[in-house]
Design a protein around this ligand. Structure first.
Ligand code: AR6
Length: 205
């Protein structure tokens, strides 16, 4: 029995391949989507053309969850770099749905892309804003010639986006992006989130 059916997930995707702990799906003949469980602060490919995405807040000065973990691992220079980003409104360096880029300092990747997902249940257009957060992160990465990018599950912690909806949005936004990245990764912190992403990838890829 395959690991997929053992996990109780309806199997369909012919283009899924499991390599070690990583699930791989073809985005294009030269581009792969990869899902794995893990800690995004230790993820890297080459330290030159790679970036991780941070699920930040509009102030961009750190916080809990993955944001706190990324700031701790990057060191205090990251907060200084964020602080220097211009405010577009008082206290707002990155409006919800947009993205900003900084160096990564002590992290093993070359850059950190900071994006802000919606707080679920507070705004009407949460789906649009979550899509925008993924899409604007991908656009910024492409502008900066990033070849390898890793996302966490934006809005799925403190901002409490339901996992089944968030995973569909994340996977379909990456799939629909005209991307020529070598690899787009999701590094997912817990079993339930990893399972939701795997189900969405099996359904939509
Ligand atoms: N690696 C990968 N994923 C992680 C890690 C990690 N090291 N740590 C946590 N996660 P959250 P949000 C997962 O709450 O919902 C912050 O205070 C976590 O399990 O970090 O977008 C910001 O400053 C969850 O699946 O982000 C904002 O104020 C996912 O990362 C607010 O939280 C996102 O959870 C943003 O809330």
């Amino acid at each position: 029995e395959s690991p997929v059916s053992q996990a109780g997930i309806s199997s369909s995707a012919g283009r899924r391949e499991r390599v070690g702990e990583v699930d791989c799906f073809e985005l294009s003949p030269s581009s792969v989507l990869k899902l794995q469980k893990g800690d995004i602060t230790t993820w890297f490919v080459d330290g030159l053309t790679d970036a991780i995405v941070n699920a930040a807040n509009e102030r961009m000065l750190g916080g809990g969850g993955v944001d706190g973990a990324i700031h701790r691992a990057a060191g205090p220079e990251l907060k200084m770099a964020c602080y220097e980003m211009p405010e577009v409104l008082p206290g707002v360096r990155c409006p919800t749905g947009e993205a900003r880029i900084t160096p990564a300092f002590q992290l093993p990747v070359s850059r950190v892309i900071h994006t802000v997902g919606p707080v679920y249940g507070v705004v009407q257009n949460a789906e649009f804003l979550l899509r925008s957060a993924y899409r604007n992160s991908l656009k910024l990465a492409k502008d900066k010639n990033i070849q390898y990018i890793a996302f966490p599950a934006i809005s799925c912690g403190i901002y409490s986006y339901p996992l089944d909806e968030a995973s569909k949005i994340a996977i379909t936004t990456v799939k629909e992006f005209p991307n020529d990245f070598k690899e787009v990764h999701f590094v997912l912190f817990s079993d339930d989130i990893y399972r939701a992403w795997l189900e969405a990838a099996l359904e939509f890829m």
